[in-house]
Design a protein around this ligand. Sequence first.
Ligand SMILES: [Zn+2]
Ligand SMILES: [Zn+2]
Length: 292
Amino acid sequence: MWSSSFDLHCHTTHSDGALSVEELADAMAKQHVRVWSLTDHDTIAGWDEAKVAAKERNIRFVPGVELTCAVELPWDENILEASSRNRPPSSWHLLAYFPYNPIPEGLNNFKDWLSPLQDDRVPRMLEIIDKVNGFGMKIEPSDVLSRAKGSVGRPHLAMAMVDAGYVESIDQAFEEWLGDGRPCNVERPKPSLAEATALVHAAGGITSLAHPRYYGVDYETLIQHLKASGVDAIEAFHRSHSDDERHQLWKLAEKYGLGITVGSDFHSFRGGHRPGHMPVVVKSLPALISSA
Ligand SMILES: [Zn+2]
Ligand SMILES: [Zn+2]
């Protein structure tokens, strides 16, 4: 059975989305989403608010988060180019989904593990801005931090650099200054998929690799790696995927006994984006989701 009522990947002002939790819940309801997961970057700050907002709108809520993990396989330039990615990945994104009531002890351990990842975002940004200033580009930290309504990231700094006229585009800011291996980036160790997944499992949750087309890795190799890392599913039905790609990933996931997930990766209404409206095969969703 196919259903368009699931949307398991989206962002609010708790990370880099434009809408508040309440506004996003409204958008989900309006687009007929019946099972919704909020997956802000490296934070679960929106859960309580989202549980209330979902209940009021008769939507089933799945607590989620999008974890910034290490790049674990080399990318192939040709595959990256074919998927119109203009820069190599600086991280892999792992979606984590929890039961409505996670295992308390496991959830506490997960929160303890998550908070340094989250709390480090501002200190790291200040170090990056220092480096940018060191190259003669005067950017005030307050200008960058004020652009982020939730957790701050390099795109916020890139916007400030564009507005100040130091670069022409966000892409240029990344390519010349802020991207991985570029002179102003500050690297911090990132968790592995296996480490993150073990913590999520201990709280009763599951994981799914987000937007697999962004990593420049052959899909079969990627899925074998996920399987070996204990990851439960792959986001075969991401907004950026063509029907062919969804089908190919779905069949490969089946072959290796992995689940699939579906997500709009909704950040804002800009460019005509909207949540929901992504038909998915319900029986291929992980049980935690299909029985939510
Ligand atoms: Zn992502
Ligand atoms: Zn996302």
